[in-house]
Design a protein around this ligand. Structure first.
Ligand code: HEM
Length: 414
């Protein structure tokens, strides 16, 4: 639950009773869960809406990094870094300590140490900083034995046209906030403080807009994110957060697959509403499945019309993407992108598709492979970037640093 800077300064007991007084809490969150994914929007009362949203903060410390189960803020920057070749484990630990200190301050609306624009830190706007490790970091740190088995580049699919400029990286920063200025400031501070250790490989900026608690639309016009895993539920704990079973250090962490998927909006324009609906399996207008009337109606993939033809075409995106088994589910937390087109083109838009799951191989890959094999939507979408990261657990309390569980477990020889 986001908190304002002023609230943070109050003792915890005051905050809790104040929230109870305002009528939020678990019961209200449950109501939100019934309507949609339940990021917790219903816990906000009209009075809370009156406050300056630019002052809201998301706690930095905790068992998980923020930015996974946080209701997605409006703006994002994903920054991929490569480690300089001569680095060793101690350099990486040093970098992570710098990022921990910077993120702990900035996310709470305080300037970073030696912040050259401290005024820009004053509007945290639900800033979250999420750090991920790419496969090579484990090699550079001499920790290959502690790398999760699924942490590797995805196999290449026939639909892919990957641009190296958007593919792979040793380190990820996912920086989200409701205000783009806040995102830019955090990107700059965190990047320049470690510039002697890393090189920026890519920066991918994105946005999503929807009233709080409602599902966003992507740039094809579709309601995107309806079927998802609600934070705070047993499903989220089971499917998204790692339990330390395979790698003890990873308990409370997860994975993040980032796919940059370009949309061919010029030819998508040629499709009428019916063509668009049968491609997706849902109506663009309401987001309802072709077998229902409202967004959160369950699609009925077995329903046939009077000629015996399935109402939701088996080739449609949702029919192909729907999990065949419970373990094929994951959190989707993507953003739109809309960049400058190349000369002679009208648009350069798409989705920064993000999937988080405990195990990429077991949960994400079967779905991705099925879509690569066939998905009616593929005619208008092309993956042009791809990267996979492990998201280490959070920093439980001040004094710790991001990734400490990994490096401590290496020091203990496990
Ligand atoms: C530009 C590319 C894509 C677009 C525009 C897109 C759009 C959508 C939309 C509009 C929906 C229906 C609403 C919803 O439940 O969110 C949906 C559902 C879904 N998509 Fe995608 N998607 C894209 C790529 C992908 C990829 C790469 C994957 C996974 C590998 C994926 C997995 C899913 C899943 C699992 C669902 C829910 C299916 C269900 O159970 O009903 N999508 N997508």
């Amino acid at each position: 639950m986001p908190r304002t800077v002023a609230e943070r300064e109050q003792p915890r007991a005051t905050r809790v009773s104040r929230r109870r007084l305002l009528g939020g809490g678990a019961a209200a969150a449950g109501v939100a869960g019934a309507a949609g994914i339940g990021w917790g929007a219903a816990t906000r009362t009209p009075r809370e809406h009156d406050r300056d949203p630019g002052l809201e903060t998301v706690p930095f410390h905790g068992p998980h990094q923020a930015g996974i189960d946080t209701e997605p803020p409006r703006s994002v920057a994903f920054v991929g870094f490569d480690l300089n070749p001569e680095l060793d484990r101690e350099d990486i630990i040093g970098l992570l300590k710098i990022w921990t200190d910077d993120a702990a301050r900035l996310t709470q609306g305080k300037p970073a140490l030696a912040d050259t624009e401290p005024e820009l830190a004053m509007r945290p706007a639900r800033l979250t900083v999420t750090v991920g490790f790419g496969p090579e970091l484990f090699t550079v740190a001499g920790l290959a034995a502690l790398r999760p088995a699924w942490l590797k580049q995805l196999p290449s699919f026939p639909i892919d046209q990957l641009d190296p400029a958007y593919t792979g990286a040793d380190l990820l920063l996912q920086i989200c906030a409701d205000e783009a200025t806040t995102v830019s400031h955090a990107v700059r501070v965190l990047s320049k403080h470690v510039k002697s250790l890393v090189r920026v490989r890519w920066v991918q900026r994105g946005f999503r807009n929807a009233p709080r608690g409602q599902t966003m639309r992507n740039l094809m016009g579709q309601v995107d994110g309806t079927v998802n895993i609600a934070p705070g539920t047993a499903d989220f704990d089971r499917l998204v957060w790692d339990d330390g079973g395979a790698q003890a250090w990873l308990a409370g962490g997860t994975s993040l697959v980032l796919r940059r998927i370009a949309m061919k909006l010029d030819t998508w324009d040629e499709l009428d509403a019916d063509g668009r609906a049968t491609t997706l399996g849902r109506h663009d207008s309401t987001g309802a499945p072709l077998t229902g009337s409202t967004e959160f109606d369950d699609p009925d993939f077995t329903k046939v019309d009077r000629y015996g033809i399935p109402v939701i075409p088996p080739s449609s995106h949702i029919a192909r993407a729907h999990h065949a088994h419970d373990h094929e589910r994951f959190l989707r937390r993507g953003y739109n992108y809309d960049d400058a087109p190349a000369p002679g083109h009208v648009s350069n838009s798409g989705l920064l598709f993000v999937a988080c799951q405990r195990d990429v191989d077991a949960q994400y890959l079967p779905v991705q492979a099925r879509l690569a094999e066939f998905d009616a939507l593929n005619q208008w979408t092309t993956p042009v970037g791809s990267a996979v990261f492990v998201i280490p657990p959070g920093v439980p309390a001040p004094g710790g640093y991001l990734g400490q569980q990994l490096f401590d477990s290496a020091a203990r020889g496990r």
